[in-house]
Design a protein. Sequence first.
Length: 259
Amino acid sequence: MDITGRTIFIPGATSGIGRALAIALAERGNTVIVGGRRRELIDDLRSSHPGIDGVEIDTSDAASIERAAAEVLERHPGLDVLVTMAGIMNAEDWTSPVGFVDSAERTVTTNLMGPIRLIGAFIEHLLTRPAATIMTVSSGLAFAPLAATPSYNATKAAIHMLSESLRLQYAGSPVEIVELVPPAVQTDLMPGHADNPQAQPLDEFVDEVMAILERDADVREVLVERVKFLRHGEARGDYADVVRTLNSSDPHAGRRGAR
């Protein structure tokens, strides 16, 4: 993925990893458009970083995605990168019938249908570009489960396999698929994440991601060092130990692989 001179849309970029990634990409001379549900957060980011544009979008709403896509393409017809960043993460108790189905539906709608609909809204345009990139965002939890977040784990595993499948379908086309696989990062994705000492500091994570992208323009999976513990457990043959460590009684260890 070339990260110079691109026009990049990142929905879910008004906070956390998306926001930090948007700023880092803009600082490298790219045209960056952020998307989010809250206009005040978009305006705050645009005012603090005048080169960044923004649109309102709710990635859990199909109509909102269509409206935002039309707005982005009207204002930025040179768009050649889509980063499907938006996601939610909820703790769920599947031993009780109360609540987990609603949570699971919200998680699937946002984390899986959101990226699918985003790709559907932009793919016709991206296929017309000389070179284009779709960056999906999975998680270390796509490869080893955190007991507290079944639906999140499942959607991120689905995003990984979707990325693998689309890479096959788009072979020979101008569109490349790059999968970003975060470990636990200090953001507000879940209560306690931002203060979790076992999670990777946000700036450190984004710096490492940018270094990988600058070093390897052909990278397929963006894997910072901290996520390799989860990503390669099965290949190393220590998957059971990885799952045990991830879900240990240590309150911080259970979040090592969560984004």
